[in-house]
Design a protein around this ligand. Structure first.
Ligand code: F6R
Length: 243
């Protein structure tokens, strides 16, 4: 586990983008596992800038996103499909056919999750998986639980996650209650993992996830067992790490 502490959000975003750019340079047809949420927005901004100035080429890159709300149509501006197009895909030369987000509009949860898991396997898994960190330690939408979920599955979102995400919706009632998400097993199969976290609000969970006991009660703690994890955090999010 490598921990890179950066001065601030901008610096975190630049360093995380540099790690992703290095992956694309090293293997132009790599499989990137991508995340949504507020944390990676700056990372995607840097990637778009580097594409625009000719330093990055996404023409052969394939992507698989971590998760999607169940029931939200793709054109809903809170869907993760919309987010990815708005923040990255619409601004770089990626082939739309090579981008993948679980289909939240497929009402058949079992079929959709099985399809998505098989798709990731057919790509040979993620070369690099980008992850944000939920305040309760969730990664993707793998919420604290009694055991680690292995493959892509349908989850009931926890009250705290609905609370955290309601800022994007008209009210908490409008936040979807379920999502399709890669499982912990799907995430752990990635060859490399890159975690980003910023701000004081993430300091407790960063310390707990990476220096506390490994338990499904803190889903991100499993990453301590992954052989190639880089954590890029700003000073505020790193403030409770052991010195
Ligand atoms: C997003 C995702 C979530 C977020 C997490 C942190 O695709 O899977 O696990 O990474 O909720 O969200 P932010 O970055 O908004 O704090």
């Amino acid at each position: 586990m490598r921990i890179i502490v950066t001065k601030d959000y901008e610096d975190m975003s630049k360093k995380a983008a540099a790690i992703i750019a290095a992956q694309v340079a090293e293997k132009p047809d790599c499989v990137l596992g991508l995340a949504t949420g507020s944390t990676p927005i700056g990372t995607y901004k840097n990637l778009v800038e580097w594409y625009e100035n000719g330093s990055l080429d996404f023409s052969q890159v394939r992507t698989v996103n971590l998760d999607e709300y169940r029931g939200l149509p793709r054109d809903n501006d809170q869907s993760y499909y919309y987010f990815m197009h708005d923040n990255l895909f619409n601004h770089v030369n990626i082939d739309e056919a090579n981008t993948n987000v679980p289909d939240g509009t497929n009402p058949d949860a079992d079929a959709e999750c099985a399809r998505y898991e098989a798709l990731i396997a057919s790509y040979g898994g993620q070369d690099l998986q980008l992850l944000g960190l939920g305040h309760n330690g969730h990664i993707g939408f793998n919420e604290p639980a009694q055991e680690f979920d292995k493959t892509t599955h349908c989850v009931d979102l926890q009250e705290s996650t609905i609370e955290a995400n309601k800022r994007f919706f008209a009210s908490a009632d409008d936040v979807p209650k379920q999502a399709y998400t890669m499982g912990i097993g799907t995430i752990m199969k990635a060859k490399k993992i890159l975690v980003v976290a910023n701000g004081e609000g993430k300091a407790d969970i960063v310390a707990k996830a990476f220096f506390g006991p490994v338990t499904p009660e803190v889903p991100a703690s499993i990453l301590q067992f992954h052989p190639n994890v880089t954590i890029v955090v700003d000073e505020a999010a790193a403030s409770k790490l052991p010195r």
